[in-house]
Design a protein around this ligand. Structure first.
Ligand code: GLY
Length: 301
């Protein structure tokens, strides 16, 4: 049995050469943050929250601070989290005034609700997780501001980015948890929501099946409920990487969408893969002295 174990990702997309090292470093920091929790006997939920908080505050990724801006210049954030022991899930969508949407999702997970959206989610966060409150401007990095200004000048908001961050962990007690967090697509109509806050699509965790987090074209992932599909395949005996390839093939054949997936099986086997060109990933197991980080599956061989 391989436990504890953590795997994190910083999104599947074409990673520019100058972003390769920052992406690996950001994923390593996130895996370290999660590992520190797991090593001292903490829960998988606490570990993924620590990991995703690190990814959300790293301006390299499309989540939290530095997320992509919508055409109206506002970052709208989605996040979801699930506990494999209880099947409790929590998510928020289209929030504009929250520094760490994963932490708000965690609090929703502990409440009766599963998903809260828009200005109501911002208010729920203010009332229940007030320390996470920020102004919309606090989420904007200089890089995203200038990208948005260039698009404004060109009058062109193309298909844009759709990458996401995520984490999956198995703790010393054998419990799994999964989390996804994103700024969604750069060109999105305000209120558009992708796969990331939807259990069974952008993330899923069930101690009996496995746990996963996804990144990629949210509409395609939603149509196939790809998170649940990949875990069903792995629980029916496919090896983790094989199950991911099969799920991504189905996604491409049925919707032409591209994506990336990280997953853990209940006995701690790791799977990850992408049909986007690149994907930033880091993971650590008890057999490793520190996290291994990659920006393409081919580097792992
Ligand atoms: N995968 C993120 C999104 O489509 O919103």
């Amino acid at each position: 049995l391989n436990q504890p174990v953590i795997i994190v990702h910083g999104g599947a997309k074409e990673i520019d050469p100058e972003k390769v090292e920052p992406s690996k470093a950001g994923c390593r920091r996130a895996a370290d943050a999660g590992w520190a929790v797991l090593e001292r006997g903490g829960s998988a939920l606490d570990a993924i929250e620590a990991a995703v908080r690190a990814l959300e505050e790293d301006g390299t990724f499309n989540a939290g601070y530095g997320a992509t801006l919508n055409p109206d210049g506002v970052a709208r954030l989605d996040a979801g989290m699930m506990d494999g022991a209880t099947l409790n899930a929590g998510a928020v969508a289209a929030v504009e005034t929250v520094r760490h949407p994963c932490t708000v999702a965690r609090r929703v997970l502990e409440a009766p609700e599963v998903l809260i959206v828009g200005q109501h989610a911002d208010r729920w966060a203010r009332e229940n997780v007030s320390q996470e409150q920020c102004s919309p401007g606090d989420l904007i990095s200089p890089e995203q501001r200038s990208t948005w200004q260039e698009k404004q000048k060109a009058g062109a908001f193309g298909p844009g980015t759709h990458d996401t961050v995520g984490a999956v962990a198995l703790d010393k007690n054998g419990h799994l948890a999964a989390c996804a967090s994103t700024g969604g697509t750069g060109d999105k109509y305000p209120g558009r929501v992708g796969d990331s806050p939807i259990a069974g699509s952008g993330f899923y965790a069930d101690d009996g099946l496995g746990a996963c987090a996804l990144t990629g074209e949210g509409e395609g992932v939603l149509r196939l409920t790809l998170g649940r599909v990949v875990l069903d395949q792995v629980s029916s005996g496919r090896d983790p990487d094989g199950a991911i390839l099969e799920a991504l093939d189905q996604l491409q054949a049925r919707t032409e969408a591209r994506a990336g997936i990280i997953l853990l099986t209940p006995d701690g086997r790791i799977g990850w893969g992408h049909n986007e060109r690149d994907m930033a990933v880091a993971y650590r197991t008890t057999l490793m002295d520190g996290p291994a980080a990659f920006t393409n599956k081919m580097e792992e061989k």
